[in-house]
Design a protein around this ligand. Sequence first.
Ligand SMILES: Nc1nc2c(ncn2[C@@H]2O[C@H](COP(=O)(O)OP(=O)(O)OP(=O)(O)O)[C@@H](O)[C@H]2O)c(=O)[nH]1
Ligand SMILES: [Mg+2]
Length: 236
Amino acid sequence: MADSTSGTPKPSSSVKLVLLGEAAVGKSSLVLRFVNNDFQENKEPTIGAAFLTQKCNLPSRTIKFEIWDTAGQERFASLAPMYYRNAQSALVVYDLTKPTSLIKAKHWVAELQRQASPGIIIALVGNKLDLTNEAGEESRNDDGEEEDDNEGDSRKISTAEARSYADEEGLLFFETSAKLGTNVTEVFTAIANAIPETSLKGARGPGASAAAARTEESRVNLAGPRDGATKDACAC
Ligand SMILES: Nc1nc2c(ncn2[C@@H]2O[C@H](COP(=O)(O)OP(=O)(O)OP(=O)(O)O)[C@@H](O)[C@H]2O)c(=O)[nH]1
Ligand SMILES: [Mg+2]
């Protein structure tokens, strides 16, 4: 009904998404890349959780992601259920140079399958692809940071191993580089596409700013670390 070419605002729905994974795998960096198209070399650990939003324009509808970026440090693990409760989607992130992080990711997947909403869309994401020799092809971003030095291959988890686990569990699967921007919008777009129409609620009327891809962010970091301040349009 709502056609993107007719000038009629597309239906818009909110989707709650939670990021889970071991500390320092790059959860916040993936969000920062998706929301602000930015990257910080020495990003500080998340304290508690951070909340951000970003719109993703699909041909037939607009998805507004309400993103809960959790802290990976063990001392915050007990808070996680609060953030994945009622989530329609989850990004479970590991660092493909760090085998323990895949083990941790598998634990999160199992916990989500046991305790989160039935039908939750889960994407398994192997981050830090730039630390392998294979990052090449699509590694560009708008900051002019191009393909970086790949002085060695630090990969410790093969694509085949992670993909076969993801297939077994019915997860979406991507390898990404938050640093270079590789596959980051693809992950969020794939999730947006995978959310069944029937589970979308909160469609906004024409008064909502469906055309303007806008970002908002507000943090609940207790220590209040600062992220990049610029706002950018959704790259979806
Ligand atoms: N080379 C490389 N480094 C990355 C990438 N993503 C994140 N990093 C770095 O890894 C470190 C940790 O990144 P964060 O995004 O803070 O990791 P996190 O998972 O949010 O960590 P917690 O908040 O403690 O759970 C930072 O120094 C980032 O700059 C990536 O794709 N490639
Ligand atoms: Mg973080």
